[in-house]
Design a protein around this ligand. Structure first.
Ligand SMILES: Cc1ncc(COP(=O)(O)O)c(C=O)c1O
Length: 362
């Protein structure tokens, strides 16, 4: 079976992990600060605060900005569920904007309609690595005095106007879970240039403790990353060029094989951006195929190809009470996410592409 995702491990991980363990620093430790420094340099940002995962990174960002119960935060109707959940968990209200039919990312026009006096922040999510229209989003935020938390969990190393995803808004969030571009098994980070947010988030990450040991002035959390996870992260950064090269290769090869076929569309790359596509997703036009999306996924599975469906939109999960979101609903049911891991071979991409082509009606 060709899995849809697999961590990119290169063989140097053991050396880093053994070093972390031998040092006896297994909770916080020197690899945590090393990763934070290296990531800040790579992202060209002043502060990186690592977290236990990408979800806690989002929560930390909301806390850092002082989002309170009663506040509203605009999130996309189509994305991984974490932005909606974290807003609810801190007691605020997620308000769901529809996405753009071509980029599959939050639609600035939809954001504008949802702003009221309770709105405090927008969370643009760079779905699958494609960038949101950050120029318009930042303009809307400025006009309405809103914060912007970029969810760059799927977009590490994507760029917009030559700036890295996560560094355009007030705070950027990353995930380093096993399937992500950079992995630590589980892990995450927030980045910011703002020293006030940085200080607040460092405090909230560590139980709300002030610089005086065991003196707390806020209800904080333990969102810390371990030295062992950070050691894995540092080993990944040593192989960054290979990761970036292969992610681009995989996207280009799928685009070459499937990009011009009637019945298949790719996410339209947002103008002014240079995305690093984390997971290659295609949207099928069911009338052009022998059957609908879920049947095609089963057919591909029978042929040894594991795929993933698009995210369910919030409006299709009754628990969230989201209003109908026509674009999110229409794209979500036709999306197939293809194997996109770094060690995926060209002949495997050809095999996957040929099998998809064979399911198109003659
Ligand atoms: C857009 C997005 N945000 C947040 C998360 C949460 O990250 P984690 O799984 O590391 O908690 C993920 C995925 O896993 C994601 O895809």
């Amino acid at each position: 079976m060709i899995p849809w995702a697999k961590p990119s491990l290169f063989g140097n991980e053991e050396e880093f992990l053994v070093d972390a363990i031998k040092s006896s620093w297994i909770s916080d430790g020197p690899y945590v600060s090393k990763f934070e420094e290296e990531f800040s340099q790579l992202m060209e940002v002043k502060n990186t605060i690592t977290t236990s995962n990408g979800t806690t990174a989002l929560t930390l960002a909301l806390l850092g900005l002082g989002i309170n119960p009663g506040d509203e935060v605009i999130v996309p109707g189509f994305c991984f569920v974490a932005p909606g959940n974290t807003v609810i968990q801190i007691g605020a209200k997620p308000v769901y904007a529809d996405v753009d039919i071509e980029s599959w990312c939050i639609d600035p026009k939809s954001i504008k309609k949802l702003i009221n006096s309770k709105t405090k922040a927008i969370i643009p999510v760079h779905n699958y690595g494609n960038m949101c229209n950050m120029e318009e989003i930042m303009e809307i935020a400025k006009e309405n005095n809103l914060y912007v938390i970029e969810d760059a969990a799927e977009a590490a190393f994507s760029k917009y106007n030559d700036k890295f995803a996560g560094t355009l808004g007030d705070i950027g969030c990353f995930s380093f879970q096993a399937t992500k571009t950079i992995t630590m098994g589980e892990g995450g980070a927030v980045v910011t240039d703002n020293s006030v947010f940085n200080k607040k988030m460092r405090k909230f990450r560590n139980h709300g403790m002030t610089s005086t040991k065991y003196m707390h002035d806020a209800i904080g959390y333990n969102f810390r990353l371990t030295n062992i996870q950070a050691a894995l992260g540092c080993s990944q950064l040593k192989n960054l060029n290979e990761i970036l090269f292969n992610k681009k290769r995989i996207y280009d090869s799928y685009l070459k094989n499937l990009g011009n076929l009637d019945g298949i569309s790719f996410q339209k790359i947002t103008p002014n951006s240079d995305p690093l596509i984390w997971a290659v997703a295609i949207k099928i036009e069911p009338s052009k195929f022998k059957s609908y999306r879920d049947f095609l996924m089963k057919e591909l599975s029978k042929r040894g190809i594991e795929t993933r469906p698009g995210f369910y939109p919030f409006s299709k999960m009754s628990f969230y009470n989201a209003p109908s979101l026509p674009v999110s609903e229409s794209i979500s049911k036709d999306i197939i996410v293809l194997p996109s891991f770094v060690s995926l071979k060209e002949k495997e991409i050809d095999y996957i592409s040929d099998n998809i082509k064979s399911l198109i009606k003659n």
